[in-house]
Design a protein around this ligand. Structure first.
Ligand SMILES: [Zn+2]
Length: 63
């Protein structure tokens, strides 16, 4: 696992959060889908969001 480091304060104390429910990311152009939760890496020192990524990237593949 790669080490994440905050680009603002330099801290490596990175916590993880999750956006779910209405904040889930829905693939564009697909009607019947539930979308994917978004995983967020947050610097626990200054609150900067380091990275956001979807939990299920395969849902966004273009067919
Ligand atoms: Zn920071």
């Amino acid at each position: 696992m790669q080490e994440l480091r905050c680009t603002v304060c330099g801290s490596n104390k990175i916590g993880k959060g999750k956006l779910e429910g209405y904040a889930a990311l829905i693939p564009m152009g697909k009607i019947f889908t539930t979308g994917s939760a978004v995983i967020v890496d947050v610097c626990t020192e200054c609150g900067t969001i380091i990275r956001m990524k979807v939990e299920k990237p395969e849902k966004f593949k273009i067919q």
